[in-house]
Write a protein that binds this ligand. Structure first.
Ligand code: F6R
Length: 606
């Protein structure tokens, strides 16, 4: 996700441009695809570039005239609205360049604001949601507001999530505001800092103030003030933090995978943001405008994304749409019934997986309508397909996919609801279903807070193999639980639809093969408990992941409890327990969790 740095320097030893570029370097771990800086003097000096931070540095190395002011802001952008071009990189300004803005988050009502401003004569130069902000400020200034009031009024018009910082020419103050995106202030001896995360300025100061939602800050070289939306001052406590720069990117976790597991509530909130209207029971995906309800759907994907496809298949089939999921490397549209009313969905976090790309090209050649469900803006899959739905997971660094799988499942839930009018569906009463999607981040948070997965993992360090079973919506998560465990622990693991166990794999079940069973109180619980009894009779230890501990109490050795929810939402929550089991097992076995042997994050060969 985007990174922000701001600095109001007191003209001491620190050079503003150096502070900004250094801060952006320390924020690189957040993931980005373009970068930029603005320094305030009599006018604003701005440089921004799509691509690596090195490209911005190269551009400035040739021409840093005008960048000698004491106040500035910088940004690393992770594209959400528009590709990673120079024009879309931050900072953004109004036409006269009388204010510059950097922003992290998503402004939900930007289309509405853009239309309003365009009608008033403002012209826009980028595809971003952010660009409305400098124009809103310009309008307030034209109406006579001072700099701080203009900033505050403009922010008051925004809906969505944001951490925003602004600088003006001839002004030594950085103005900032936050709502649902992180922003922290640093109090230094050479001036004051702000950033998305502490590593951006930790070399300069470890005295910090964390901004809360709805708060505004004004940083001058000598002082920092924090206020609420009405301008009333807020007294904040200053914290002194101990920090090991080695841990910078991991926010204090030992591994990116653990951090990314913990980020799932936030990732899901971002995925849902502005897309559901619970009261009306509707889902709005403006990016899919013009996409008709298809006659059939084919998912093409690999690995974890294939498991997401299997989950999406169940969601669509139960809404009456014939759907199949293919391992991308086995897909050939020419041999399948495909025409323009067939929707072929490439599920791919990276958007670059060669097998999935080949499958999508084959679908396009056969005349299908194609859709990329991806995390990466302007990725190859996004460019190949007729339509794109971004899963908004934020950058995922650990090779093992975790939060992106959750965001894929949530995006597929939205897609299925948007594609099929389920107003009269007994299985998906729209209001109840959307309420459960909205509550999903809280359910996952409660699992993260209370999980006993570490203790369970500890019990089974020496097992011969690990099996995972589930039915219906839970069957894909059984496969995913096994994939995650084998990938990072190097131990043998297999997942099956629970009913399949007795058709072969049961021969492998012994007292040394724990079986993880996903049991939903609202989906074929009796049948799954029957399968549990089969493995218990062969002395295998059973771990139930369930929303109904009582019903399994007599048949299991361990229970990993999850909150009760809609049966189609349950697997997204249950999977978090399985992620944690895999993580703690790999941790106890001292595996290189973030970079398992022989595996790569983006597989660009067929
Ligand atoms: C497993 C994992 C892989 C990917 C697969 C597809 O943890 O990450 O199985 O899911 O390589 O990658 P994408 O989704 O980028 O196409």
């Amino acid at each position: 996700m985007c990174g922000i740095i701001g600095y109001a320097g007191s003209g001491g030893d620190s050079d503003t441009l150096e502070v900004l570029l250094h801060g952006l370097g320390n924020l690189e771990y957040r993931g980005y695809d373009s970068a930029g800086v603005a320094v305030a003097n009599a006018s604003l000096s701005i440089e921004k570039r799509g691509g690596e931070l090195s490209e911005l540095k190269d551009a400035l190395a040739g021409n840093a005239d005008g960048f000698d002011g004491s106040t500035g802001i910088g940004h690393t952008r992770w594209s959400t609205h528009g590709p990673p071009t120079d024009a879309n990189a931050h900072p953004h300004t109004n036409a006269e360049e009388s204010v510059a803005i950097v922003h992290n988050g998503i402004i939900e009502n930007y289309l509405e604001l853009r239309e309003e401003l365009s009608e008033a004569g403002h012209t826009f130069r980028s595809d971003t949601d952010t660009e409305v902000v400098p124009h809103l400020i310009e309008r307030e200034r034209a109406g006579g507001a001072d700099r701080e009031t203009a900033f505050r009024e403009a922010i008051g018009r925004l809906e969505g999530s944001y951490a925003i910082a602004a600088v003006y020419p001839d002004c030594e103050t950085v103005f900032a505001a936050r709502h649902e995106s992180p922003l922290v202030l640093g109090l230094g001896s050479d001036g004051n800092y702000l950033a998305s995360d502490v590593p951006a300025f930790i070399e300069f100061t470890n005295r910090v103030v964390y901004l809360d939602d709805g708060e505004f800050a004004a940083l001058s070289p000598e002082s920092v003030t924090v206020s609420d939306g009405s301008g009333a001052p807020i007294k904040k406590s200053v914290e002194t933090i101990a920090w090991d720069p080695e841990d910078a990117g991991k926010s204090g976790y030992d591994h990116y995978m653990r951090k990314e597991i913990a980020e799932q509530p936030r990732a899901i909130r971002d995925c849902l943001r502005g897309r559901i209207e619970e009261l009306g029971g509707t889902v709005t995906l403006p990016e899919l405008e013009g996409l008709e309800t298809p006659s059939s759907v084919q998912f093409v994907a690999c690995g974890t994304s294939y498991h997401a496809g299997l989950y999406g298949e169940r969601l669509l089939q139960r809404r009456g749409i014939p759907t199949q999921t293919f391992i991308a490397s086995e897909y050939d549209a020419a041999r399948l019934p495909v025409d323009e009313s067939t929707l072929v969905v490439g599920v791919t976090q990276s958007g670059e997986t060669a097998d999935t790309m080949a499958a999508l090209r084959s679908a396009n050649r056969a005349g299908a309508t194609t859709l990329a469900l991806t995390n990466v803006v302007e990725s190859s899959a996004a460019r190949e397909c007729d339509h794109v739905l971004y899963i908004r997971s934020g950058p995922e660094i650990s090779v093992a996919a975790t939060k992106s799988f959750a965001s894929q499942q949530v995006s597929l839930s939205l897609l299925a609801t948007a594609l099929v009018d389920s107003a009269s569906s007994a299985a998906f009463p729209p209001r109840e279903y959307l309420r459960e999607l909205r509550r999903l981040p809280d359910h996952i948070q409660s699992v993260l807070d209370d999980s006993r997965a570490d203790a369970v993992a500890e019990e089974f360090l020496d097992a011969d193999a690990y099996f995972f079973i589930g039915r219906g919506y839970n069957a894909p998560v059984a496969l995913e639980g096994a994939l995650k465990l084998k990938e990072i622990t190097y131990k043998h693991a297999e997942g099956f639809p629970a009913g399949e166990l007795k058709h072969g794999p049961l021969a492998l079940v012994t007292e040394s093969t724990p079986v993880f069973a996903l049991v939903s109180s609202r989906e074929q619980a009796g049948a799954t408990i029957g399968n549990i009894k089969e493995v218990q009779a062969r002395d295998a230890p059973v771990v139930a992941v369930t929303d109904d501990p009582e019903s399994v109490a007599n048949h299991t050795d361990y229970v990993l409890e999850i909150p009760e929810t809609h049966p189609a939402v349950m697997p997204i929550v249950a999977n978090v327990q399985l992620q944690l089991v895999a993580y703690w097992l790999a941790n106890a076995l001292d595996r290189p969790i973030d970079k398992p042997r022989n595996l790569a994050k983006s597989v660009t060969v067929q």
